[in-house]
Every structure is written in C-alpha cells, then in structure tokens.
Design a protein around this ligand. Structure first.
Ligand code: UDX
Length: 438
C-alpha cells in the first residue's frame, strides 16, 4: 500500500532515504530548513556527490511522487509516517549533539493533529527515542496519538543508494504492534521477503547501529595494530589479513590496514557510544572504544612522522605531495579525513603541502594548496603520500611521474599501490606493515 511519508532532514541520509521511499512506491515529502537545498532537490538534482542519487531524484520529482519543502505545515497533517534523518554531530566531550533532532521535533510537534508514527533513522545514544517520544507527546495536540519507533540506517557513503534499496538487514525497533505493522508495510513490497528483518525493542535498535559502527572501527584498529606488529617483526599485514579473512568467522572485509577510519560517522558515533557507556556505568565498553580510537589517531601521526623521516628529519620549506583528500574513495566528503589530518600535521611542521583529489573540493585554507592534477601535486615534491585509495591512483605511471619529483619517495598510506611497478621505476616505496621486498 502506498503510504504518505515525510523525511525530515535531507543530507546524505535523508535525501537518499526520501528517494528510496519514493522508489519503493510511497508518496514522499522531504523537509529541510535550507531553502537552497530544497530548491536543488526539487529540480531533481543532488547537492551531494553520491552515485545513483541524482537519477533517482530526477525520476521521482518528475513522477510527482517526491518533493521537498521547508514548511512543516505541509507534512504535519499529510504524512502517516515521519522519518527523522537529521545529523547528530559530535558535541562537547564527544557526546552526540541532539539539537537538530530536538528542533525538528519542536517544529513538528505543535502541528500534529492526526495520529502518526515518527521513525528515527539517525544514529543516537540509547535512550534518545523514548525521550523524543515524551517531548513529542507533551507538545503535540494529538498527545499519545503520536508514537516513536527506531529504524536505524546502515548506509555507506558512495553506496548510499545501493544500501538503501538493497540493505543487508532491516531493524524495526518498536514498542507497539501497530508501529511494527506500519514498518512492515513501509518496507513490505520491495524487500522484506529477501532481506533479514530484526524486530526488537527500541533500545536494542538504537544500540544495534552504534554496535555495528564500533565493530567495524574495531576491525580496522585491530588490523592497524597488527600492521605495527608486522612492521616491528618484518611481516606483511596484507597477507596476514588475507589469511585470517579466509576464516568465515573473521571475514576479509574491513581488514585493510593503513591510515585508519575517518568520515562523518564512525569516529563520532563511537565517541558518542563511549560517553553514553560512561553515563550508564559501563566503563569496560568506553575503555575498549578509547583503545580503538587511540590506535586510529596513532596511525595518522605515525604516517606524518614517517613522511618527516623520509624527508630527512625536517620538512620545513619542503614540498610534500598528498594524493587524496576525501576520507575514502568514491566520495567528496572530507569530514574527519585521515588524509587532511596528515596534511595539517605536515603543514604545522613547515612543509609546503600540495593536495590533489579527484572529487573533494577543499575550502580555501591556510596551509596547503589544492591543485588540479596529480602532476601538479608531484612537481618538485620531496615525498609523495598516497592517502586516499582512489582507483585512478593505482593506474599512475611511476616512470613518467618520476621525472616530476625532486626525490622518488612515495609512502603508500593505504597499501594499495602496486609496489613492484613503483620500485622497478626507481622509486622508494614505503608501506606501514609490509616488508619492503613485496
Ligand atoms: C560507515 C559504516 O560503514 C556505515 O554502515 C554507517 O552507516 C556509517 O559509517 P562510511 O562512513 O560511509 O560508513 O564509510 P566506510 O566505508 O564504513 O569507511 C569508514 C572509514 O574506514 C573510511 O575512512 C575507510 O577508509 C576506513 N576503512 C575501511 C579502513 O581504513 N579499512 C578498511 O578495511 C575499511
């Protein structure tokens, strides 16, 4: 059955979810406080670079099944279900800042006169959903006629559309049969027959999301700690990851060693989980997470120090080429980007840093220059750093590039370059955790 659905918040998560809901056959209105973004989205264009999103927006704004507004009054009496897809950035001390959720609730609640379900998709500290429900019921004319459920989103940037249309699993956190039935209905036609569904209470749903992100972060920090061990003992972390990854209980994914994790989700979500664990007296979890974070931060510092070493112990006035600025390939997102932390660190030590990224556009900032090609970045460089593993960097021609640099030294911070090609072309190629003979 076609439902009338609003999606509040239209950034990565909300824009993709709104388009996905329209693709599933529902009538959708996306709401955002930013009029420029609403205008762009209404014209069927995307304000973010996300594979497959724009065609979906164009398709459904054209069919009339999807539109966007800044006006909460348009959705309050229209929608059967309101999805909350707002950001929960890092606040003081790493706690989740819930102000966007609160202000959305405060805008929506006083207008609610018809019974509805409010479904959270944002990543939140456990306990948030019920607090939001109390806030809604207090302010809404319909009172207890509004109910909250939690349906966390696991989408990855660069695969957001795919993850929305073909999720690994769905989580329905509810506290009434009616709310569960509504969620089943929303997802029924397209996917519940081929997608595992976990039906649970709301607290479990909130925790599932942060547990997933923490576990992914843990895998990365574990393999990076093993990379340090390989470095110390002369082993090879890539072969090690391949070998342990063949064990189905472990799996090979998220065992790529290198600069570690960044982006708008993993770092902030695990920091917020640590704060919440402390609030609830679960010190053992916050300590665990802090260890994961410390390894991750250490990788960035280690790489910057390695670059300084390779430059002869001092980078003052020396040109360093940085390949990659996005926090991972396939996105233009530079939030908490490991590449930029390394670049900042080297700039602070006096280096002349030149950055090239195929997608990310950096706001003009002091410290480093963004250039338009790999060649411009490498011209006169004393050390080259490969920090975001864009596929095109694997196709580079080490012979030709060798003519541009001052010293043929490259540090592969993502362990993805074909080492023999670079070494055969006379480069010194350094990879943390991989023996230099590979
Ligand atoms: C992540 C989760 O995957 C997603 O489920 C959640 O909803 C949001 O957070 P995303 O931030 O898009 O998604 O990025 P992801 O692909 O998970 O990568 C996170 C970071 O880990 C990147 O910086 C990536 O470079 C790094 N990474 C990933 C590694 O260092 N090694 C790996 O093996 C995998």
């Amino acid at each position: 059955m076609t439902l009338q659905i609003s999606v509040i918040g239209t950034n990565y998560l909300g824009a993709t979810h709104a388009a996905g809901m329209a693709e599933f056959g529902h009538d959708v209105i996306g709401v955002d406080i930013d009029p420029d973004r609403v205008k762009t989205l209404n014209s069927g264009q995307s304000h973010i670079f996300e594979v497959g999103l724009e065609p979906l927006l164009a398709k459904h704004t054209a069919t009339g099944r999807l539109r966007f507004t800044t006006d909460y009054a348009e959705i309050a009496d229209w929608a059967d279900v309101h999805f909350l897809a707002l950001g929960t950035p890092s606040g003081p001390g790493g706690a989740a800042d819930l102000s966007q959720l609160h202000s959305a609730i405060d805008s929506l609640a006083p207008l609610l006169t018809k019974p509805c379900l409010v479904v959270g998709k944002s990543t939140v500290p456990v306990g948030t959903a019920l607090a939001l429900e109390a806030r809604l019921r207090e302010k809404a004319p319909i009172g207890d006629g509004v109910e909250v459920a939690w349906n966390p989103e696991f989408l990855r940037e660069a695969y957001a559309v795919e993850d929305t249309l073909r999720p690994d699993r769905l989580v329905f956190g509810t506290h009434s049969k009616e709310a569960l039935a509504t969620l089943e209905e929303i997802y029924e036609i397209p996917i519940t027959d081929r997608t595992p569904v976990v039906r649970c209470d709301i607290a479990t749903a909130e925790l599932i999301k942060v547990a997933a992100n923490s576990f992914l972060a843990t895998k990365i920090s574990f393999i990076n700690a093993m990379a340090q061990m390989c470095q110390a003992a002369g082993g090879d972390v890539t072969l090690l990851a391949d070998a342990i990854g063949f064990d189905k209980r472990i799996g090979r994914e998220f065992l790529n060693a290198g600069l570690g994790f960044g982006g708008g989700c993993l770092p902030k979500d695990i920091a917020a989980l640590a704060v919440r664990a402390d609030e609830l007296g679960v010190g053992v979890l916050s300590e665990f997470i802090h260890a994961v974070e410390a390894i991750n931060d250490g990788q960035r510092l280690e790489l910057a120090e390695l670059a300084i070493d390779q430059a002869g112990g001092d980078v003052t006035g020396k040109r360093i080429a940085v390949l990659g600025a996005a926090f991972k390939p396939g996105t233009d997102d530079t939030r908490n980007s490991p590449a930029l932390t390394v670049a900042d660190h080297l700039h602070a030590r006096g280096a002349d840093v030149r950055i090239y990224d195929p997608q990310a556009r950096l706001a003009p900032r002091e410290g480093f220059t963004q250039v338009a090609s790999v060649e411009q970045a490498l011209l006169g460089a004393e050390v080259v750093l490969h920090l975001t593993e864009w596929p095109e960097f694997r196709q580079l021609n080490p012979e030709k590039l060798g003519e541009l640099v001052k010293s043929k030294i490259i540090i592969d911070g993502r362990l993805k370059l074909h080492a023999p090609s670079w070494r055969n072309a006379g480069w010194k190629l350094v990879q943390i955790g991989r023996a230099s003979t590979i």
